[in-house]
Design a protein around this ligand. Sequence first.
Ligand SMILES: [Zn+2]
Length: 427
Amino acid sequence: MIRRIAALLSAALLLFSAAALGEEDVEIEEIVENVLLDDEGQEIPLTPEPEGSSASGGEFIPSRGSSYAPRPGENNYWTLPMDITDEAAVWEMLMQPITVVDTGKKNSEKAQTYLYREPDENSLKIGVVTCESQGVRVLETLDSGWSLVECYSSSFHDTKVEAWNLLVSGYIPTDYLKQVEPNPEMGIVVDKLTQRLYIFQEGKLLTSLLCSTGLTMWNGSKYQPYNETRSGEFLLMSKVGTLISDRLYCDMAIRFNSGDMMHEVPHVKNADGTKNYSSTEFKLGTKCSHGCIRVQRNKTPEGVNMSWIWNQLKSGSRVKFVIWEDWQGRQINIPDADTPLYYNPDKGQYYHRSSFCYMAKAVTFQPFSYGELEQEPFSKLKNCPYCTPPQREAEIQAVNEAYAEGGDHDELLTSLRQGYYEYLQNN
Ligand SMILES: [Zn+2]
């Protein structure tokens, strides 16, 4: 029942401590309070919907569990099934205008504001939304100057509404809402279930990369439920550059949700000044960040890595970037047995998805098939960290088991969300 208010949160703020970053990269501007009162507005139904109430039946959509069914003709991020293989549909969604929040404050891509339970600034604050970059789904526009919107609450470690990556619906002044046309040349999807980042160009899926989103954890002194990367739709904002957190260097950071950034997989510096990725790179493809999205530095066969994204992007280019929630019950498809794979018969240690791979540029690979992967001589080959071939069936099944319907892939986060439900009940 908690699932319905799905949500997220991020942790980047912690990762990038004020000391390491300088104030500019850390601070969230003061929360904006506001405006008009209305005593006729409808109250948001906060009681969780019964299981399976999603309007799209068995399909998983970013607003699964929402009390608000897709309207007739509504075709957008919030209603599109999470199927990366439907390239045309994903592209169309990525090209749709995005509705963001603009309170008119300076520096607003780091600022946040609240969603209210009623169209009244004195009513309960039930969620947080980041200005300029975070998309909201507009559910209803009232004559009173308020609108009912839905998004994943961008609650960070220092926000008062502790709705850790929960899908919330609440009221916001209508004059804060602004429609933005996204960049027509590129769109990006991050799927928290597969821990992959997908680049779309010209209506097609260009390539996919390994990434890592946030993981709820105990840091030695406290729990960090705000590490879970907030899902939803966003615009890529400023190119921030290199962030340093403790000894971790995060190159090519691009802001997308207040303190949350997309950046290259972090490295430490060796004594001689060279970069060392050995403590972080092997974790790509699994959750492990404090909310930021870590992206691979190895080039895919299409020539794409974090540095490619960085170079493609001009500041203010407004690339739409969506993060699919890893709803409990979602499953990863096992690839077809005849899916082609490649390897180097001369002592190659990896299997590849492409006949060309930057890991072994001069090598001529031999083809085999996914169905043969557990047989000799393929059973010991490792998954290539450049060209991101599909995982082995047993690995996919382990993920699917954790995400099986009725289970809980993150019991720690679930337990840490209890406080929010008590907050709703007691106010
Ligand atoms: Zn490869």
